[in-house]
Design a protein around this ligand. Structure first.
Ligand code: IPM
Ligand code: MN
Length: 361
């Protein structure tokens, strides 16, 4: 029986990278006897243009009756002047909330072939392998009250950061479970010297930690964590934090690995249902030019196979294929250092190279 996957290519480079990822998913799945039935839907700016809203209920329903969702990216300058409530990003936040995708896993790994692509020195980034576990459906992104009031000269705006202990506990458990699959170290990132919310996080994280005596826990202030990430990134294994800090630190972690163009992510609900997307955005400046790097989307497919179908071997074969393509010297434009001149490959060609490497394996 074919497994239903919803594709949400979205805006900008989303459609190009999603198409390459879809081809890799079909090929890697076939090797382990998985067959897919793809349903394509709109989200973000393209949905605003076609339907006047960034996310329709039908799309949420389609996702609910699928095995997994593969998303490209949302947003672009065309929709930048819209009010926050009807912007493309609202579609992404809406689907996260509607599907209960509270746990966002963002692995940041330095591949040996890309040690020199990082803006940091090779001896600092070599061997970096961390996982940012970001709470995704709470905190200041969704807190009430929110909004603006007053007229010019008297304007004000409000957003609230709020977490209850249930939300903190479940994301913390995800982090500790992940740590058990890795180097058994969790860093909880917070701002407890200022925020009441963070003080509650510290308490609850400590309580959960008692159930995981085999995992080491550290608490780290978010400002000093930002510093340590560039100073000594290898010290981090699993980072667990709230929605806003996780957003910021995962971009930082991504840059350490060389390019935002490499990072996949999984957003999971209770029970394990998942939406998979590259961490990079819609990159409107290069959209439609076949210049995008599809490797983050392709590695998101590896996470999909592993998480939604337990297909560890298929996921491994994708990761090995990506590493082989990079080892052979192929690079998309985003992976070149300033001043580096070497021939680059486009989005489609990069996808083909991964397919060829899969075939050889
Ligand atoms: C991300 C993005 C989103 C976020 C935006 C597009 C709403 O930056 O997935 O990290 O802030 O969560
Ligand atoms: Mn972000």
């Amino acid at each position: 029986m074919a497994e239903r996957i919803v594709l949400l290519p979205g805006d900008g480079i989303g459609p190009e990278v999603t198409e390459q990822a879809r081809r890799v998913l079909v090929a890697a799945g076939a090797k382990v006897g998985l067959e897919f039935d793809f349903v394509e839907e709109s989200i973000g700016g393209c949905s605003i243009d076609a339907y006047g809203t960034p996310l329709r209920d039908e799309v949420v329903e389609a996702c609910r009756s699928s095995r997994a969702v593969l998303l490209g990216a949302v947003g672009g300058p065309k929709w930048d002047d819209l009010p926050v409530d009807i912007r493309p990003e609202k579609g992404l936040l809406g689907i996260r909330k509607a599907l209960g995708l509270f746990a966002n896993l963002r692995p940041a790994t330095v591949l040996p072939a890309l040690v020199d692509a990082s803006a940091l020195r090779p001896e600092i980034v070599e061997g970096v392998d961390m996982l940012v576990v970001r709470e995704l459906t709470g905190g200041i992104y969704f807190g009430e009250p929110r909004g603006r009031s007053g007229e010019r000269g008297n304007r004000s705006a409000t957003n609230a950061m709020a977490y209850d202990e249930h939300e903190i506990e479940r994301i913390t458990r995800v982090a500790f479970e992940q740590a058990r699959l890795r180097r058994r170290h969790v860093t909880h990132v917070h701002k407890a010297n200022v925020l009441d919310v963070s003080q509650l996080w510290v308490e609850v994280v400590d309580e959960v930690a008692r159930d995981y005596p085999d995992v080491e826990l550290a608490h780290q202030l978010v400002d000093s964590c930002a510093m340590l990430l560039v100073q000594e990134p290898r010290r981090f294994d699993v980072i667990v934090t709230g929605n806003l800090f996780g957003d910021i630190l995962s971009d930082e972690a991504a840059m350490i690995t060389g390019s935002l163009g490499m990072l996949p992510s999984a957003s999971l609900a209770v029970g394990g249902f998942g939406l998979f997307e590259p961490v990079h955005g819609s990159a409107p400046d290069i959209a439609g030019k076949d210049l995008a790097n599809p490797l983050a989307a392709i590695q998101s497919v590896a996470m999909l196979l592993e998480t939604s179908f337990g297909a560890k071997e298929a996921a491994g074969s994708i990761r090995r294929a990506v590493a082989a393509v990079l080892d052979a010297g192929h690079r998309s434009g985003d992976l070149l250092l300033p001043g580096e001149t070497r021939e680059t490959v486009g989005c489609r060609r990069m996808g083909e190279l991964v397919l060829e490497a899969l075939d050889r394996a």
